[in-house]
Design a protein around this ligand. Structure first.
Ligand code: PLP
Length: 368
């Protein structure tokens, strides 16, 4: 028997979530963000599953775009950070990519390059994230430079990114929107602003394009869920099995450092999944897992290849029992990756992108 740990990827759930992004923004088109290997789900498989729905994909860099093109994906692909060096421009053109432009040197490189066909360019303005983009007061000059490019070499969109669209407190989001509103009016440009939380809950940010990422994979990024975000379906189920059981009396220690100490007669299930698979070692005792579709708690520090869970209250559990680390159990019970992330003092993004290559991905449509 093979090691039972696998990441089950439900491509119908991915399509469902993509459709939800579209339903919530009926006047926008949605770029499906597939960076970081589709947030750990496999970018090529996710792209193929979305081919008939998504008019464009987005990745972080040209290497990720090449992977999709080599797999035969012909859909437009946006480079969210643009090029990292000028020499990439011939590939941008040859592969039919779109690109963000966030720095003067990228503008210079584009204007020097002179593509044969206009390259769709998403000019990034820093409306408050203070990471990438031109300062708002400089944007118009950059815009006019690109617009005046010989042979109308660039097809311009205005792009920006929100720092706090996920938070209940709308104060800073509203400031960013106000800055963007002024620029949008002045330039009359097609807009691309919304990430997942803005796609889900900030309709005023919906533009010609939106850029949903993590929501496509079924994670709810909002501080407070809404009826819409509650419709997201988990795409990845990280599943394994119990490979051994220990029966312990009260007062025994479990695992490295003896972090977990039994307070009663306790059954401990040993699960084949550890930080060597990408499961977060910061998980505290009590971090939920599903055993036979029922909730149990982590008991003791996560090891490299294994973890230990308290199955005292699930008497039917034993060697071979199904364990879901996050996702959907066969009885339909869901343990969201967002909830697990809270127990690890992190966010779903790091858990999903952190699943390591040694965990086989298994793709399917629908349940089972
Ligand atoms: C990753 C990314 C997104 C998607 O963000 P989510 O929070 O996953 O929806 C959107 N825009 C840019 C520029 C990004 O880098």
């Amino acid at each position: 028997m093979a090691r039972p740990l696998i990441a089950d990827i439900d491509l119908d759930a991915l399509r469902h979530n993509y459709r939800l992004a579209g339903d919530l923004a009926p006047n926008s088109r949605a770029v499906a963000v597939l960076k970081a290997d589709g947030y750990g789900h496999g970018a090529v498989a996710c792209a193929r599953a979305l081919l008939d729905l998504a008019p464009a994909f987005a990745v972080a860099c040209i290497e990720e775009a090449v992977t999709l093109r080599e797999a035969g994906i012909r859909t437009p692909i946006v480079l969210l950070e643009g090029i990292f060096e000028a020499s990439e421009l011939h590939q941008v053109e040859a592969l039919g990519l779109w690109m963000a432009v966030h720095s003067d040197w990228q503008v210079d490189a584009l204007l020097d390059y002179r593509p044969r066909l206009p390259i769709p360019v998403w000019v990034k303005v820093d409306s408050g994230m203070h990471r990438l983009g031109f300062a708002p007061e400089r944007l118009e000059a950059v815009w006019q430079r690109l617009k005046a490019a010989p042979g109308k070499a660039c097809d311009l969109h205005l792009m920006s990114h929100f720092a706090t669209a996920d938070l209940d407190d709308r104060g800073y989001f509203t400031q960013q929107m106000a800055r963007l509103g002024v620029l949008a009016d002045r330039l009359g440009a097609p807009l691309c602003l919304a990430n997942s939380p803005a796609t889900l809950a900030r309709p005023e940010a919906h533009g010609a394009w939106n850029r949903p990422g993590v929501m496509l994979y079924g994670s709810d990024p909002l501080e407070t869920a809404t009826p819409q975000s509650a419709r997201l379906a988990p795409v990845m189920t990280l599943r394994s099995q119990i490979i051994a059981v220990r029966e312990l009396g009260a007062g025994e220690c479990v695992g490295y450092g003896g972090r977990f100490r039994t307070s009663r007669s306790t059954r401990i299930g040993v699960v084949a999944c550890g930080y060597g698979d990408g499961y977060d070692r910061h998980a505290v005792d009590g971090t939920p897992v599903l055993v036979e579709g029922m909730r149990a708690g982590l008991a003791g520090k996560v090891s490299m290849d294994m973890m230990t869970v308290d199955i005292t209250d699930i008497p039917e559990a034993g060697i071979g029992s199904d364990v879901v680390l996050w996702g959907r159990a066969t009885n339909g019970e869901v343990l969201s990756v967002d909830e697990v992330a809270r127990y690890c003092d992190t966010i779903s993004y790091t858990l999903l992108t952190g699943v390591l290559p040694r965990v086989p991905r298994r793709y399917h449509h629908g349940q089972g």
